[in-house]
Design a protein around this ligand. Structure first.
Ligand code: BES
Ligand code: ZN
Ligand code: ZN
Length: 490
């Protein structure tokens, strides 16, 4: 789809869309029409009442540049959230596609409703993300996405924000598109190839460490989890160097288990197919790196993605094994399904050792317990640094990718102490599963400010997920917009 801007509502379009506040008698920013059209608009306004998410289409007769006018309810002004325009714009886009239109126009609401800059960004994000569809494996493809005209004042600031939002949305869409791939079509080496292709195109350095070298260099966690699959483990490292030469980078780490059967501690069969989404953390990091390089953000950022397939078999690691992680600490394996923390611990320690970063942020579909604690609309964060955590919280408020902090004190650290090794890879029973997993990761980071984001509930749409137009069924790309906001504000 293409995006352009217009400053007038009187340009030719198949569908002219405007937002309507609840119980209001006007379409925001629409301006006046001939009396017949005005009559139809007023009648429609009364009927739909500006209720949040309600769409109403008015066919236009007579001489008018718009073939139809669409009224889109955004609810009460005092209830508007940062997400309202994004979600309603996504809904409008899906309607335009359903009507098989070639293009449609959305009028940016005036600034007394929402800051113009954020409205424009939200319109673009909502429209682009809603129109993405995972149809790679279907003969019948969804119709091409209609083009969008954003009606707003023209300025270089707006032009910049449009470009910016397009890149950010494309990053999230890219993350969705690789995260949705089935496990037979996306192995650790497939992900490595995606990372290489993007890096080459966008002039980043990309290094992939393969099985033998991983073993030789002491990546005990990645090697152990990966040894049970014929699809060999990879450690993918992408470097965006666009800041001062000696400036310490931000390191992003993402869990990419291309399929998590649980290994020898096999998972129950129900919904096991969803464990193709156990690579979402890694896909988020790759999507962020793509956008970071396209936005030319003037900082140094490193993306590290440990990728494995967790399979049961004659070569698999076992409960009872004791392995040595990259930082030299030993871990007693008591459940091979708690594999994410093992591969992440290696990657975190590697990131800290090689890059002495300013901050480390990791993403992982790490624990089922996270869904029990917070459900499927909010991610858990655990951190060792107040300042970094606050920045992530601020970005979360702006992007509406919601996070909630869980505590991590010494008592939780004690829960993963092992009788026979430095740590064990599970806590005590089901108690605080998300935190004990984070406690394991905490052991892999020495002094660097760190935030861990458990995206088990939010990385893809699940039964309890709140429906949002811009999150069609499947992977959501959670974290891409959040971290790009954080990086752009640095
Ligand atoms: N990938 C899973 C966590 C998961 C489960 C994410 C369901 C999303 C939905 C992870 O590797 C895992 O299996 N964790 C175990 C840990 C337990 C054995 C300590 C879990 O959460 O049950
Ligand atoms: Zn697992
Ligand atoms: Zn897993």
């Amino acid at each position: 789809m293409k995006i352009k801007t217009e400053s007038s509502t009187k340009k030719k379009t198949q569908l002219l869309c405007g937002f309507v506040l609840e119980n209001s008698n006007k379409v925001l920013g629409l301006g006046n029409y001939d009396s017949k059209t005005n009559f139809a608009i007023n009648q429609s306004l009364k009927d739909m009442g500006g209720e949040l998410g309600k769409l109403s289409i008015i066919p236009i007769i007579g001489k008018n540049p718009a073939q139809r006018i669409l009224l889109a309810g955004i609810g009460k002004k005092e209830n508007l959230t940062k997400d309202t325009i994004r979600a309603v714009s996504g809904k409008i886009a899906l309607k335009a596609r359903e009507l098989k239109l070639k293009e449609f126009s959305i009028i940016t609401p005036p600034s007394f409703v929402n800051e113009t800059i954020s409205s424009v960004a939200q319109i673009i994000e909502g429209v682009k993300m809603a129109l993405y569809k995972f149809d790679k494996f279907k003969a019948e493809k969804t119709d091409n996405s209609p083009n969008l005209t954003v009606i707003t004042s023209k300025s270089s600031k707006i032009a910049k924000i449009i470009k910016n939002s397009e890149i950010i949305s494309d990053g999230a869409i890219f993350t969705k598109s690789i995260a949705n791939l089935p496990p037979n079509e996306c192995t650790p080496s497939t992900l490595a190839n995606f990372a290489k292709t993007i890096s080459k195109k966008n002039k980043m350095k990309c290094t992939v460490i393969s099985k033998q070298e991983l073993k030789k260099k002491g990546f005990g966690g990645i090697s152990a989890v990966g040894q049970g699959s014929k699809n060999e483990p990879k450690l993918i490292v992408m470097e965006h160097k666009n800041g001062p030469r000696n400036e310490k980078p931000i390191v992003l780490v993402g869990k990419a288990v291309t399929f998590d059967t649980g290994g020898i501690s096999l998972k129950p069969g129900a919904n096991m197919d969803e464990m193709k989404f156990d690579k979402c953390g890694g896909c988020t990091v790759i999507g962020i790196m793509k956008a970071v390089s396209e936005l030319n953000i003037p900082i140094n950022v490193v993306g590290i993605v440990p990728s494995v397939e967790n399979m049961p078999g004659g070569e698999s690691y076992r409960p009872g094994d004791i392995i040595k992680l990259y930082n030299g600490k030993t871990a007693e394996i008591l459940n091979t399904d708690a594999e994410g923390r093992l591969i992440l611990a290696d990657a975190l320690a590697y990131g800290e050792k090689y890059y002495s970063p300013k901050a480390i942020i990791d993403f992982a579909t790490l624990t089922g317990a996270c869904i029990i604690a917070l459900g499927t609309n909010v991610a858990a964060i655990v951190s060792n640094n107040e300042k970094l955590k606050n920045k992530i919280n601020d970005s979360s408020k702006r992007t509406t990718e919601e996070v909630w902090e869980l505590p991590l004190n010494q008592d939780y650290m004690d829960m993963i102490k092992s009788e026979v090794a430095d740590m064990k890879n599970i806590g005590i029973g089901k108690a605080a599963g998300t935190i004990t997993a984070a406690a394991f990761l905490r052991n892999a980071v020495e002094n660097t400010p760190w935030v861990h984001i458990d995206i088990a509930g939010v990385a893809w749409t699940q039964t309890a997920t709140k429906e949002k137009s811009y999150n069609p069924k499947g992977a959501t790309g959670f974290g891409v917009r959040l971290i790009l906001d954080y990086l752009q504000k640095l």
